[in-house]
Design a protein around this ligand. Structure first.
Ligand code: ZN
Length: 266
């Protein structure tokens, strides 16, 4: 069975992202049709190479969409992601020359989701209310809005930016660069990425393990991840993770300063 992954129309931010969404849509379509052996064709060389595990310079958002598509495709017995020219239609030739089987590559027990009774739905797995799109999943899902509101309650201006954003990439690209004490600067810099990472993890945990996401846990994980990423910076030892847990607003405001260790100097 062949599925051509055309550009799905939607609110995708870039044409590359739109093509990746097309591939994602093709995978979900194949799952709905309960196909077993699938060939997915796209004329986006970068996307296909990414799916084949080759180096490519896709945007962060595009690669997230493809990671998801690849993960979902584990439910097929076999899947081939194949590049084809927009005008070309000779699938057999293309498969013969460029095929790539993704089979058992980290799929493990997630194989054959459909046969195991998983419901593959295009609704957002976090809220089960609205269609899942990138901007919904990372920003505007009711659960995510609760999360962002909690994290950014001390900075209404940025919270408003999250509410008003049309694109995750644009929001992150224009994320304010703070100046102030070093911990504050770093936590602000890591915050959007830690949030997206944790949201993605919990989304997958819901889809594949049916674990209901909890905002409280997600917030703690976001703080822990930001703290972990701060680990590459020696100055972190002047602070403690507890600062982020008990005085998050203070950290974001730059009010939490480093404790100077007693070194015995003087
Ligand atoms: Zn949602």
């Amino acid at each position: 069975m062949f599925i051509a992954a055309g550009s799905e129309c939607g609110n995708a931010g870039t044409s590359q992202e739109a093509e990746c969404r097309g591939i994602h849509a093709a995978v979900t379509k194949g799952i709905r049709l309960q196909l077993k052996n699938v060939v997915i064709e796209s004329d986006n060389k970068g996307a296909i190479e990414y799916l084949q595990g080759k180096p490519s310079n896709l945007s962060w958002t595009a690669s997230i969409i493809l990671d998801q598509a690849k993960h979902l495709s584990c439910s097929f017995n076999s899947v081939i992601f194949s590049f084809c020219y927009r005008s070309g239609n000779s699938s057999a030739h293309i498969i013969a020359s460029q095929r790539m089987r993704i089979h058992g590559s980290g799929c493990g027990p997630k194989k054959n989701l459909v046969h195991k009774g998983f419901d593959i739905s295009s609704l957002c797995p976090l809220c089960n209310l609205l269609p899942e799109s990138t901007v919904h999943l990372f920003l505007h899902c009711p659960l995510m809005l609760e999360l962002w509101t909690n994290l950014l309650s001390s900075d209404e201006q940025i919270l408003v930016k999250v509410y008003e954003a049309d694109s995750v990439v644009d929001l992150f690209r224009n994320w304010p660069v703070k100046s102030g004490n070093d911990l504050m600067v770093r936590v602000w810099r890591y915050l959007p990425y830690a949030t997206a990472w944790v949201a993605w993890k919990h989304r997958n945990n819901k889809v594949f393990n049916n674990v209901v996401p909890e905002v409280r846990k997600m917030i703690l994980e976001i703080k822990a991840l930001a703290w972990y990423w701060c680990g590459i910076w020696g100055g972190r030892k002047g602070y403690s993770f507890r600062d982020l847990v008990v005085n998050w607003e203070g950290v974001l405001a730059g009010a939490v300063t480093a404790r100077v260790a007693a070194t015995g100097i003087g």
